[in-house]
Design a protein around this ligand. Structure first.
Ligand SMILES: NC(=O)c1ccc[n+]([C@@H]2O[C@H](COP(=O)([O-])OP(=O)(O)OC[C@H]3O[C@@H](n4cnc5c(N)ncnc54)[C@H](O)[C@@H]3O)[C@@H](O)[C@H]2O)c1
Length: 405
């Protein structure tokens, strides 16, 4: 393609669509918005591009564009990605790639047929913190990895927002927590263990607490109707999470106090967490065995104060402990060191860096590289789907011979 900006349609202008769209403002020579599609979102008043109410209309229109960014709800990823590839667009596709393994495989086949790029929204591997961490792991400083303990702590605020009250509360509307949220973690693990195949996986998890039977006596269906003494004792009270605190407000287009109060009174985010009809797990553990005997534990936890990832790597010559702020390297011989990589912006800078990578790949990469890029992302989905199958069936899954259903 020519040296001008990569022109892209943004399908879905919610939180993620806005994050990716913002790159056009900061990097106008690299990225240009060629059109925006969303049925309800308010588009920026200075948007100098066509807009549509649905992704189908956007893809049906004849627009001068190179690519699409798919930031739609999970269940629309598959259809939109297939249609975008068939139109000849390169795709930046938010995770999950598909809601079933069959959808993921169909996208792989369509990518091979159309020879276009599909880059998955695994922003963490582009963040400077995780790039540095991988450099340390692969340097051999702690020898060969024997085991990894990886905790993805979601925090009770974020988890109740997304997986109890919000978009991902009901598994059948998209995917389970593991495929939606923890594919980031599976992706990091795939990256850290590059060259080693996962041989077996098993998983346990459930919806432990946000269930109707745990509803406090006297609690109402919505927080605004709840008796004050019940609300005061409830950590998940919507007024505490969205009004007294401000860190979750970025989920809403209008973050003013007035808009937040209205949102609590009228939206699903003001519902009692014990009356949301949710079935998504709130905690889950995955055990994996790799080539050569490396073992990995991935733990997803909703009931944490902190929202972060803490990983402990054990190697034959030392340990590494990483917590998304600092990387502590503790060799068995020699002094321990601590590295604090610089981080700027959403996802530790990963949101910006993935856009830079997308632009670079569209502009300069040989199409021969594209299948490999999607393949790595699919591998983390494959293991996540198998882990879910283990949770449902109680069986340990053989990742070499068994295929996710
Ligand atoms: N990579 C990451 O770190 C990360 C983080 C959060 C979310 N996500 C993923 O990004 C995707 C979007 O998540 P979000 O948090 O932005 O959700 P969101 O609800 O804020 O945005 C989705 C948008 O899609 C719009 N939409 C719905 N149907 C549409 C249609 N037919 N045509 C066009 N637009 C339509 C909605 O109106 C909404 O504005 C999800 O798949 C999610 O899993 C990825």
């Amino acid at each position: 393609m020519n040296a001008g900006p990569v022109k892209a349609l943004i399908l879905g202008y919610g939180i993620r669509g806005r994050v990716y769209g913002a790159y056009a403002k900061t990097h106008p020579h690299d990225f240009e918005i060629a059109g925006l599609a969303d049925p309800v979102a308010e588009f920026p008043s200075d948007a100098d591009c066509p807009t549509w109410k649905s992704w189908e209309d956007a893809l049906a229109a004849d627009v001068d564009a190179d690519a699409v960014v798919i930031a739609l709800p999970d269940r629309l990823h598959y259809k939109a990605c297939m249609a975008a590839l068939a139109k000849g667009y390169h795709v930046l596709l938010e995770k999950p790639i598909g809601c079933t393994w069959a959808e993921c495989e169909a996208i792989r086949d369509e990518q091979m047929r159309t020879k276009r790029l599909v880059l998955t929204g695994y922003v963490l591997r582009y963040a400077p913190f995780y790039k540095k961490l991988r450099e340390v792991i692969t340097s051999g400083e702690i020898g060969e990895l024997t085991s990894v303990h990886h905790l993805a702590a979601i925090s009770y605020g974020k988890s109740s927002h997304a997986y109890c009250r919000g978009n991902w509360s009901v598994e059948s509307r998209g995917t389970g927590m593991l495929v939606n949220k923890c594919t980031h973690d599976f992706d990091l693990i795939e990256w850290w263990t590059k060259g080693k195949a996962c041989k077996k996986v098993s998983s346990f998890g459930s919806l432990f607490h946000w269930r109707p039977e745990n509803r406090p006596e006297g609690a109402a269906d919505r927080c605004q109707n709840c008796p004050e003494h019940v609300r005061e004792a409830c950590p998940f009270d919507a007024y505490k999470l969205y009004y007294e605190r401000t860190d979750l407000r970025y989920h809403f287009p209008d973050e003013s106090d007035e808009a937040i109060l209205k949102m609590i009174e009228t939206s699903p985010y003001g519902r009692c967490v014990y009356a949301c009809g949710n079935d998504s797990v709130d905690h889950q553990t995955v055990l994996m065995e790799y080539d050569g005997g490396l073992t990995i534990i991935l733990e997803m936890e909703s009931y944490s104060q902190q929202r972060n990832r803490i990983t402990h790597f054990y190697g034959t010559r030392g340990e590494i402990i990483a917590d998304e702020v600092k990387i502590e390297i503790k060799p068995f011989i020699g002094d321990s060191t601590t590295i604090i990589p610089a981080q700027h912006g959403h996802h530790g800078g990963g949101d910006r860096e993935i856009m830079a990578e997308f632009v670079k790949l569209v502009r300069t990469a040989s199409p021969d590289r594209y299948p490999k890029i999607l393949e790595a992302a699919l591998e983390s989905h494959r293991i996540a789907f198998l882990a879910e199958q283990s949770r449902y069936t109680g069986k340990t899954m053989d990742c070499v011979t068994e295929k996710p259903i």
